[in-house]
Design a protein around this ligand. Structure first.
Ligand code: SF4
Length: 355
């Protein structure tokens, strides 16, 4: 597929750092050094293994395009974390190969304990998960017993087990609105930006845990304004894990699936997108005639220059996928009692979505 994704090139200082950006991205692109023949050999091998083991590949929108392509070519799915969980649960395969980050593998295992769940690497984690250790979180909940505990899907099984509700970004607003109408006060974790957005939109009483996504937190409002001046017809699509100043510039704020849908349905031909650039694969596939610009992450004092690329998602690669069945260090196990506790808030989420 020809890429129409354009890296942000906002001002001279940014342009000067372009090479740094490209090198950074090449550094985390697991397939940068592979020839086309090597990629094709890997794909053929993985396809055969999936068939042989009655396994299905479930990939997140933020994984490398080649992994997303492979999931689709082999009858698996590419989706957000909620749809990944649903797909894995309903698919008849004995083994789920989850290409994403660890909490997604855990969620798959909790929902389908009878299936084997493997991941290309268990080292693929998430700053939100890391920033919300179960013991500290539990203490925080104990300090606020009057609040309904709502946690984002990007958390460990132990944190989910402590919650009343689990939500993804696609249903966070609806769930909190519902709880607010029921007169409940919320304790929200772990993403403070998404929590603040939900609080603002619903007017609910929300107490926030102090966590953030290292990818979305880097988007800069100033850079987006500059880019918007260059492309005045572009619509701005923003994931709500981004800081408030960035969210305020958005034409559409939403989950990965909602942003893809917005790219399809809005009449604009160009878009500035503030989320992980893995999403461009699906946007470009659905909208081949539209043009997508990566929202800038540059800014004075920024540690990351337009990466917009989750280093943990990038760990899902053809080589570790090709030996996913051979290793012994990549299977997801969740303690049975913990899984049972975590299942309660997860079930609420799944049933809420269906209602
Ligand atoms: S993009 Fe952010 S929220 Fe998503 S897995 Fe990476 S660190 Fe976590």
């Amino acid at each position: 597929m020809s890429s129409k994704v354009i890296e942000a090139d906002v001002d001279e200082s940014f342009a000067a750092d372009r090479q740094v950006v490209i090198e950074h991205l090449a550094g985390i692109n697991p397939h940068a050094q592979l020839s086309e023949q090597e990629k094709s050999d890997y794909k053929a091998r993985i396809k055969a293994l999936l068939q042989q083991h009655n396994a299905v590949l479930v990939a997140h929108y933020y994984t490398d395009p080649i992994i997303q392509e492979l999931a689709e070519e082999t009858g698996g799915c590419v989706a957000d974390s909620l749809e990944m969980a649903r797909f894995g649960k309903e698919h008849p395969a004995d083994t789920l190969i989850v290409a994403g980050v660890k909490f997604m593998g855990e969620t798959a295992k909790i929902l389908t304990p009878h299936k084997r769940v493997l991941m290309p690497t268990l080292e693929a984690t998430c700053s939100l998960d890391i920033g919300c250790p179960a013991d500290e979180f539990s203490e925080f909940c104990d300090q606020h017993p009057d609040r309904t505990v709502v946690v984002y899907a990007n958390t460990s099984a132990a944190v989910k087990a402590r919650a009343d509700w689990v939500v993804t970004s696609s249903i966070a607003l609806d769930v909190v609105e519902h709880l607010d109408k029921c007169g409940e006060k919320i304790l929200w974790a772990p993403d403070k930006h998404l929590g603040a957005y939900v609080q603002k939109q619903t007017g609910a009483d929300v107490l926030l845990w102090d966590g953030a996504c290292i990818v979305h937190e880097e988007f800069k409002a100033r850079g987006i304004e500059d880019l918007k001046a260059l492309y005045p017809g572009a619509a701005v699509l923003v994931h709500p894990e981004s800081p408030q100043a960035v969210v305020e510039l958005a034409d559409v704020v939403g989950s990965t699936s909602q942003l893809i849908q917005a790219a399809e349905t809005l009449p604009n031909r160009e878009f500035i997108v503030a989320t992980d650039q893995g999403i461009f694969f699906k946007m470009q596939q659905r909208c081949p005639d539209k043009v997508f610009h990566v929202a800038p992450t540059a800014g004075s004092g920024a540690s990351c220059r337009s990466c917009a690329n989750c280093p943990w998602m990038a760990m899902n690669a053809l080589d570790n996928l090709a030996d996913v069945f051979e290793r012994t260090d990549n299977e997801i196990f969740v303690d049975e009692a913990l899984a049972e506790q975590a299942m309660r808030p997860l079930r609420r989420m799944l049933e809420f979505k269906k209602s």
